[in-house]
Design a binder for this molecule. Structure first.
Ligand SMILES: NC(=O)c1ccc[n+]([C@@H]2O[C@H](COP(=O)([O-])OP(=O)(O)OC[C@H]3O[C@@H](n4cnc5c(N)ncnc54)[C@H](OP(=O)(O)O)[C@@H]3O)[C@@H](O)[C@H]2O)c1
Length: 237
């Protein structure tokens, strides 16, 4: 049996083609974990991982995903949900398609995958969901995304109770603004404003969030918690 702590041995990671999920896959592989990565752009997933192409917004496509990952790896003790989409829209201009897409990928899909994983993860395993500081502190354009991420924090805590009898630990990581495709491409002045929001004076990196995810996957006595990785953003007035 692997010397790695439970939660880090055989892990399913969504969002594996980019940003935080990609960094989680790399960090896990570096620790010696076996990994299944999930994304629509499966060709961008680290070649050392088993890649599964899946549109997580499609209920039929995502059903059975946890079982498929478990079969591919011969067992499963970790689930990381790092897929996500955001569409900033002002009230009055929130279009139905973006609203549905965000709720589906940011809330319903992680709920369904987590629900599927509760009986399938090896006893003592772990789940980590990636939420956002926008769950706790919405901005005027983030009503839908903030609602989805706040809902996902509630799911995390509910599932922590559900999984405790099997020794499962279920937590979420709440990043501030992280330098990934999700924020790149904004005007320089916008990025400078985002940097200044963080008392530490910069954006976070995907590797820094990945380190927090791995910490929680292995943390033996932490469940139902949110770990902020936000450069101090939420400590501001
Ligand atoms: N960057 C930030 O500032 C920040 C801050 C707080 C929280 N977060 C959260 O962190 C997580 C990772 O975001 P990121 O910054 O790494 O963004 P990213 O670089 O844009 O990556 C997003 C990932 O989600 C996957 N994804 C999106 N829609 C999908 C779908 N329908 N089906 C399957 N996969 C889908 C993408 O894969 P494909 O496109 O290949 O399918 C991609 O791998 C998200 O949950 C995000 O909400 C990000």
């Amino acid at each position: 049996m692997s010397a790695l702590p439970l939660g880090l041995r055989r892990v399913l990671v969504t969002g594996a083609s980019s940003g935080i999920g990609h960094a989680v896959v790399a960090a896990l592989l570096e620790r010696g974990a076996q990994v299944v990565g999930v994304a629509r752009r499966a060709e961008l997933i680290d070649r050392r991982a088993v890649a599964l192409a899946c549109d997580l917004s499609d209920p039929a496509a995502r059903k059975g995903l946890v079982e498929r990952a478990r079969t591919a790896l011969g067992g499963l003790d970790g689930l990381v949900y790092a897929a996500g989409v955001v569409a900033h829209q002002l009230p009055g201009a929130i279009d139905e398609a973006s609203l549905r897409a965000q709720l589906e990928v940011d809330l319903v899909a992680p709920l369904r995958l987590g629900e599927e994983a509760l009986p399938l993860l090896d006893e003592g395993g772990a789940m980590v969901f990636v939420t956002s500081t926008l769950a706790e502190r919405p901005i005027v354009t983030s009503a839908v995304y903030s609602a989805a991420k706040a809902g996902l924090t509630a799911v995390t805590r509910s599932f922590a109770l559900a999984g405790a009898a099997r020794g499962l630990r279920i937590n979420d990581v709440s990043p501030g603004v992280i330098d990934t495709d999700m924020v790149r491409g904004r005007p320089a002045a916008d990025l400078e404003r985002l940097r200044r929001l963080h008392p530490l004076g910069r954006l976070g990196t995907a590797a820094e969030v990945a380190a927090a995810v791995l910490h929680l996957l292995a943390a033996p006595f932490t469940t139902g918690s949110t770990l902020r990785v936000d450069g101090g953003l939420l400590t501001r007035e």
